[in-house]
Design a protein around this ligand. Structure first.
Ligand code: SIN
Length: 327
């Protein structure tokens, strides 16, 4: 009897061990935007590719719209192991590195081609590792697009923004950018922006066409100025603890699915920058204003001194290298 019990126990332990080995690695991917956005579509594509190629080995669960974590909590949650992947805006990393602040400098990149060129350069690639000391691994950049200014009044020249309250992401550079035009910047989570605008607790915000469209900001903002004054891109991140815990083969397969999903997301970003802008124009809920060269120069002149303020934290050489990507 004793022998039989020992045999049954041993079999149960073996089966238990096998079941534990066979359990798929879970990747919870948390983000704050809608599914019909570049990041939303990239995350869905990543899940599809992993389901196709790594069924039974890896399972991706996507949580959009701040369902799991808002943008101010997700990186802390990642370090605690409660979420394995996210793609916060590059503006939301300043607690972890000052280097990524480069992407917030106003009027640094003339367009997305310049952003892409810089991100692909040796300097841009080096920045992916800037979070290492904090236990985070940058897996790749993802595009959203150039930012526009929306407001309850028409913003044609910097003085139109004076005294107005603008929601910003958690970035001191963006804070300085709005202070440079005598506006009042307020750091608020993305999930609160629509209500803040609707209730007129704030006057305006800056965002990409796809975020303004998918979160319906255009329905509560009578004016959008096509300023293209900055970039809103993402860093796909994971925790070093999670990433280093994977075997090399699996890591390579996950990375390859992610790279493919990022390419897909970047194509959607380029499409949406056009199509979502057009949908907003067609809706007639918001008037889209363009700037003359002279008006744009006034914004550049007012905001560009912000670069100097952050030069020590970011590095003058890095700023120069980023500027050169416009050529
Ligand atoms: C995002 O695109 O992830 C959110 C951007 C924002 O907070 O404005």
């Amino acid at each position: 009897m004793r022998l039989l019990t020992a045999a049954v126990t041993s079999l149960a332990l073996t089966l238990g061990a096998q079941a534990a080995v066979a359990a798929p690695v879970e990747i919870k991917f948390s983000h704050v935007v809608a599914e019909n956005t570049p990041k939303g579509q990239m995350a869905i594509k990543f899940k599809e590719l992993v389901d196709e190629r790594l069924a039974g080995k890896v399972e991706v669960k996507v949580f959009p719209n701040s369902q799991l974590f808002g943008d101010n909590k997700v990186l802390e949650a990642m370090l605690l192991g409660d979420v394995q992947m996210a793609a916060p805006s590059l503006s939301k990393f300043q607690k972890y590195t000052k280097k990524l602040q480069i992407f917030d400098l106003p009027f640094l990149f003339k367009d997305m081609a310049a952003v892409e060129k810089f991100q692909n350069s040796a300097d841009g690639q080096k920045l992916l590792g800037s979070l290492q000391k904090k236990g985070l691994v940058g897996l790749g950049y993802l595009h959203n697009g150039m930012k526009q200014l929306s407001a309850s009044n028409a913003l044609k020249v910097p003085s139109d923004a004076a005294g107005k309250k603008f929601r910003i992401m958690t970035s001191d550079v963006l804070h300085a950018q709005f202070e440079a035009v005598d506006a009042v910047p307020l750091k608020k989570p993305f999930s609160e922006v629509f209500t803040l605008l609707q209730t007129k607790a704030i006057d305006g915000q800056e965002n990409t066409w796809s975020n303004i469209y998918s979160k319906k900001f255009f329905e509560v903002q009578p004016f959008i100025t096509e300023s293209n004054h900055g970039v809103l891109d993402y860093l796909v991140v994971t925790s070093a603890e999670f990433w280093m815990g994977l075997d090399d083969g699996l890591k390579a397969e996950i990375k390859s699915a992610l790279d493919e999903a990022i390419k897909h997301g970047n194509n959607i970003a380029a499409e949406k920058a056009e199509s979502d802008k057009q949908k907003i124009i067609d809706s007639k809920r918001s008037e889209v204003l363009s700037l003359t060269d002279a008006e744009r120069s006034q914004w550049v002149e007012a905001m560009k001194p912000v670069w100097k303020k952050f030069e020590d934290q970011i590095g003058a050489d890095l700023i120069k290298a980023a500027e050169a990507s416009n050529n």
